[in-house]
Write a protein that binds this ligand. Structure first.
Ligand SMILES: *[C@@H]1O[C@H](CO)[C@@H](O)[C@H](O)[C@H]1NC(C)=O
Ligand SMILES: *[C@@H]1O[C@H](CO)[C@@H](O)[C@H](O)[C@H]1NC(C)=O
Ligand SMILES: *[C@@H]1O[C@H](CO)[C@@H](O)[C@H](O)[C@H]1NC(C)=O
Ligand SMILES: *[C@@H]1O[C@H](CO)[C@@H](O)[C@H](O)[C@H]1NC(C)=O
Ligand SMILES: *[C@@H]1O[C@H](CO)[C@@H](O)[C@H](O)[C@H]1NC(C)=O
Ligand SMILES: *[C@@H]1O[C@H](CO)[C@@H](O)[C@H](O)[C@H]1NC(C)=O
Ligand SMILES: *[C@@H]1O[C@H](CO)[C@@H](O)[C@H](O)[C@H]1NC(C)=O
Ligand SMILES: *[C@@H]1O[C@H](CO)[C@@H](O)[C@H](O)[C@H]1NC(C)=O
Ligand SMILES: *[C@@H]1O[C@H](CO)[C@@H](O)[C@H](O)[C@H]1NC(C)=O
Length: 552
């Protein structure tokens, strides 16, 4: 038993009750060794066993484990390479894990939280990066709204950054691209209906980054899967993205070159960007509301003779900055993706490092030995030309989703250093053109919200308000869900989406919240309206930290 990492408050007694209640068959006994759980009481108002679920599942799916936990439980998968965190304060629920075969060489797992106090709705959460892991922490945030909620490992077991699983296995690439998440939705809906003996009233999706991309692919390819989709910072144009990332990294290499900017100087650049760009919106608050409107001149940081060199940049270093901001391109480096923005520098230390080429080598080039030192621009052109043969052609006709009443809330941080915010504008504009050409009004079902100062999917520069609930609530703590203190459709994007779908009341704005030090218990630092693109929040006077002082 010592190998079971779980802690029971009623310990042995509760554990014994799981086994004696017959919830653990031999398969489960093995799997439970990698799951962590803690429950004060073990309840089972509704059945929760692998035998029971196996009868519901079709023949391509095997129930791996089923676990019934009482209120205020803890659950986690500590050996998960991407999502090892526990969810805490869970409601009483049944936790099901399923394995689904998709081909002779591929299969995926999915997890499903089935709360006893069910709100009649189904939700799915997406993944991040190349994460081959069930996103239990985000499920933990979403189940607290009362949803039955699912997540898939997308068909492989890996960290956010490792693509080795994709070598010579197009089936796994297809699973990761869209097949696993769609299959998870189809199987989960069947289980939810049977488990509660009730139809699902509405289905929702939340995901950011890769999860944002999964959301868009879902609504394009399987418009019947969801009624509402909340998609953040989608990793769009993935075929261009990997070579762009490498090019950005190479611009600041090698570390011995005179053009190299040591990460220790990024905060200096950020401070100068904020100094030059902050007040354009009329409020000096450390937040760049509109990076595009700011003609940032890093040249002000140029070292003067005798100037302390840890507080200034050389001319070759300034040139590197101008390449990263995309304001200058040699004729052999045309713009093929989007630049980094002034205000995003706080995250550069994490991305402008030794090139991470896993995606390029194992997915795009299928050549583990490819050496990034051999990178040249013809590779960019080659990868771009092969994008049509990608397993996921990107489409912009989402009228079938609109016609069945689907609603889409899309958001992106304006200080995102991982996926430039312009990528979302490209996606929005491409969709806008396509949908409008078919006579459908985009505003009626799709709104894009840019969040000033927000980083990639969670967190923000300084004290910029960025938080509006959803699956990223887990980033504020394992028991946080929704927007504590403000669980309403103005502050919580999940509730806003539900109101749009179920009552046809579209969000005119969302109010983003910043808790002091991103700690809920320390109270609210600042709130602000964020507006549907192309609108912008405008200060109307009064307390700039209050959402009432801003209008869209
Ligand atoms: C939930 O459990 C935690 C410890 O795991 C405990 O501190 C807390 O008081 C419990 N809450 C309720 C409402 O029982
Ligand atoms: C995933 O891989 C890790 C090792 O990186 C391992 O500990 C874990 O058991 C694996 N999980 C599954 C579900 O295979
Ligand atoms: C998860 O919970 C278990 C049992 O409560 C605990 O032993 C473990 O350290 C927790 N893991 C993390 C990552 O917090
Ligand atoms: C899932 O099923 C496949 C066969 O399709 C098998 O190879 C794989 O080991 C199974 N995974 C788990 C975690 O049972
Ligand atoms: C589910 O909906 C279908 C029609 O959409 C209806 O025929 C069926 O009776 C419903 N089932 C339950 C359990 O409500
Ligand atoms: C150089 O400038 C940096 C930052 O502006 C400061 O922290 C450091 O103390 C200065 N060093 C000297 C020797 O003045
Ligand atoms: C550019 O890279 C490609 C692919 O690695 C290689 O085939 C080609 O010879 C390179 N071109 C030059 C000019 O180095
Ligand atoms: C809209 O998208 C469809 C499918 O992706 C494509 O065939 C069509 O050419 C697009 N139309 C416009 C006007 O972009
Ligand atoms: C917030 O964090 C800052 C920097 O870490 C610290 O100085 C400050 O005391 C914290 N504020 C509170 C209220 O804990």
């Amino acid at each position: 038993m010592s190998e079971l990492h779980h802690v029971f408050s009623t310990s042995a007694k509760a554990l014994a009750s799981i086994f004696t209640m017959g919830f653990v068959n031999s398969v489960q006994k093995i799997l439970l060794f990698s799951l962590v759980f803690h429950s004060a009481t073990i309840q089972a108002a509704l059945p929760c066993s692998t035998d029971y679920f196996q009868k519901i599942l079709p023949s391509d799916a095997t129930a791996l484990s089923a676990l019934s936990l009482g209120p205020n439980s803890t659950f986690g998968e500590p050996t998960s390479p991407a999502y090892p965190a526990n969810s805490t304060a869970l409601p009483a629920l049944c936790i099901l894990t399923v394995n689904v075969t998709t081909s002779a060489t591929s299969s995926y797992r999915f997890g499903l939280f089935l709360p006893e106090d069910w709100n009649g709705r189904f939700a799915t959460v997406g993944n991040g990066g190349l994460a081959g892991a069930i996103n239990w922490p985000s499920m933990g945030s979403i189940v607290k709204y009362g949803f039955a909620v699912a997540s898939t490992d997308t068909g492989h077991n890996s960290s956010f950054f490792n693509a080795e699983w994709a070598l010579n296995n197009n089936e796994k690439i297809t699973d990761a691209a869209y097949r696993a998440i769609h299959g998870t939705v189809v199987h989960s809906k069947a289980v939810v209906k049977a488990h509660y003996s009730h139809n699902i009233s509405y289905s929702y999706y939340w995901g950011c980054s890769t999860g944002g991309r999964q959301g868009f692919l879902e609504l394009q390819r399987y418009p019947e899967d969801f009624d509402g989709i909340l998609a953040g910072a989608p990793a769009w144009e993935a075929t261009k993205y990997a070579s762009w990332g490498l090019q950005m990294q190479m611009m600041n290499l090698p570390a011995t070159a005179e053009n190299h900017i040591p990460p220790s100087l990024f905060p200096l650049v950020q401070a100068e960007a904020i100094r030059q760009c902050d007040s354009i919106d009329g409020v000096e608050d450390g937040i760049i509301s509109d990076p595009q409107a700011c003609p940032f001149r890093p040249e002000t940081l140029l070292c003067a003779p005798g100037k302390n060199s840890s507080g200034c940049l050389t001319s070759p270093q300034i040139n590197t900055l101008n390449l990263l901001y995309g304001r200058y391109f040699n004729t052999d480096k045309p713009m093929f993706y989007f630049p980094l923005s002034p205000g995003s520098e706080v995250g550069w230390a994490g991305i402008l490092t030794e090139p991470d080429t896993s995606y390029l080598r194992y997915i795009q080039l299928q050549d583990p030995n490819w050496d990034w030192h051999s990178f040249n621009y013809s590779l960019v052109e080659y990868l771009d030309a092969t994008s049509d043969r990608s397993p996921v052609p990107e489409q912009y006709d989402i009228t079938p989703f609109a016609k069945r009443g689907g609603k889409l809330i899309h958001y992106h941080g304006l200080a995102d250093f991982t996926i430039p915010w312009q990528s979302s504008r490209f996606l929005y504009e491409s969709t806008y053109r396509n949908v409008t050409s078919k006579g459908t009004n985009v505003d009626d079902f799709y709104r894009l919200f840019y969040v000033p100062g927000m980083l990639h999917c969670s967190g923000a520069v300084g004290d910029a308000p960025w938080f509006f609930g959803g699956g990223d609530a887990a980033s504020l703590g394992p028991d946080v869900y929704g927007v504590p203190g403000f669980r309403d459709s103005e502050h919580d994007a999940v509730l806003a989406l539900m109101k749009w779908v179920e009552e046809d009341v579209a969000p005119q704005w969302l109010v983003a919240t910043k808790y002091v030090n991103d700690t809920v218990d320390l109270g609210v630092r600042r709130q602000r309206k964020i507006c549907p693109y192309p609108g912008k929040a405008k200060f109307t006077g009064g307390d700039a930290d209050s959402a009432e002082s801003w209008t869209c």
